[in-house]
Design a protein around this ligand. Structure first.
Ligand code: ZN
Length: 88
C-alpha cells in the first residue's frame, strides 16, 4: 500500500522481504517487508508521506483502539469485541 501511495507521488521505492515470507520461515529475521526509497533526495518527502499515512491511513478503514480496555478492533466493528464499549 505504501509502495503505491509513494508511487503516486513519483517516489520510486523497492519492497524487500515480502517475497521471502513463507520461503525462509522461522529463519527469516524480517517479520515485515522493508520499503526502500531508491532516490536519496526523495527520502524526506517519502518519510513525511509514510508518517502521515501511518497516523491517518484511511478514515474508517483502520483498526481502532478501545478507549476502555485498549484492545484493537477491526474497522468494520463499532463495538469492542472484548468489553462491548461503543466506538467513539
Ligand atoms: Zn474494549
Amino acid at each position: 500500500m505504501l509502495h503505491d501511495a509513494l508511487a503516486a507521488h513519483h517516489i520510486h521505492t523497492v519492497i524487500l522481504g515480502d517475497y521471502l515470507s513463507g520461503a525462509a520461515g522461522e529463519l527469516s529475521a524480517l517479520q515485515f517487508p522493508v520499503l526502500w526509497v531508491v532516490e536519496g533526495e526523495d527520502y524526506s518527502l517519502a518519510r513525511q508521506l509514510v508518517d502521515r499515512y501511518l497516523q491517518d491511513p484511511e478514515p474508517d478503514q483502520a483498526p481502532w483502539r478501545c478507549s476502555r480496555c485498549g484492545e484493537m478492533v477491526e474497522a468494520t466493528f463499532d463495538i469492542c469485541w472484548n468489553c462491548s464499549t461503543i466506538r467513539h
